[in-house]
Design a protein around this ligand. Structure first.
Ligand code: AMP
Length: 190
């Protein structure tokens, strides 16, 4: 299986590049942000509990997110592989993911880490907020989310670097140019 973690701070382009990777490699898409927003829209207990964390730009607790991934992997275990978008965001989530995948004899193939400077991220998130309808795409919350990324999420890169799976990709420029850089790392279509 080809299991790719698309990694990077909020606004790095993970969602956009995920769509292109899915179209090319026929992978399933696992975005914890999308799953949480869908729970919020359905006003489930989980969604209502997650809302306060998401609105403030903090991370939703690990046990909630890992439980969601466990259910999702049980549904998507066949097929050529998955893109993990916005997950894992803590080292505890990365460890849980390795363990869950190993239960079916699978593993993460590689991590693509999109590199974008903070000023550019804020610009992109504020612009996205004009049309996304996302309550966390404001300048203040964007700054908070980037701080949370630096503090809690960036160590996840090192976790995969130690497994020789980490690949940094410049995330600035035309969408198709960035996609070509990613494809050079991923290699031949499966
Ligand atoms: P995203 O759509 O990936 O930018 O995620 C939006 C928000 O959902 C984040 O700011 C967090 O509050 C929450 N979230 C998404 N994925 C995770 C995760 N893996 N761990 C904890 N919180 C998450």
């Amino acid at each position: 299986m080809l299991n790719i973690i698309l990694f990077g701070p909020p606004g790095a382009g993970k969602g956009t590049q995920s769509e292109k990777l899915i179209a090319k490699y026929h992978l399933c898409h696992i975005s914890t942000g999308d799953l949480l927003r869908s729970e919020m829209a359905k006003k489930t207990e989980l969604g209502l509990a997650a809302k306060k964390y998401m609105d403030s730009g903090s991370l939703v607790p690990d046990d909630v997110v890992i439980g969601m991934i466990r259910n999702k992997l049980a549904q998507d275990s066949s097929g050529p592989g998955c893109i993990f978008d916005g997950f894992p965001r803590t080292v505890a989530q990365a460890e849980a993911l390795d363990e869950l995948l190993s239960e079916t004899g699978n593993t993460i193939t590689l991590m693509i880490a999109l590199q974008v400077e903070a000023d550019e991220l804020i610009k992109r998130l504020v612009k996205r907020g004009e049309t996304s309808g996302r309550s966390d795409d404001t300048e203040e919350t964007a700054r908070k989310r980037i701080e949370v990324y630096d503090r809690e999420t960036s160590p996840v890169a090192n976790y995969y670097a130690k497994q020789d799976k980490y690949h940094a990709v410049d995330g600035v420029g035309e969408v198709n140019d960035i996609f070509n850089r990613i494809c050079q790392v991923v290699g031949v279509p499966v």
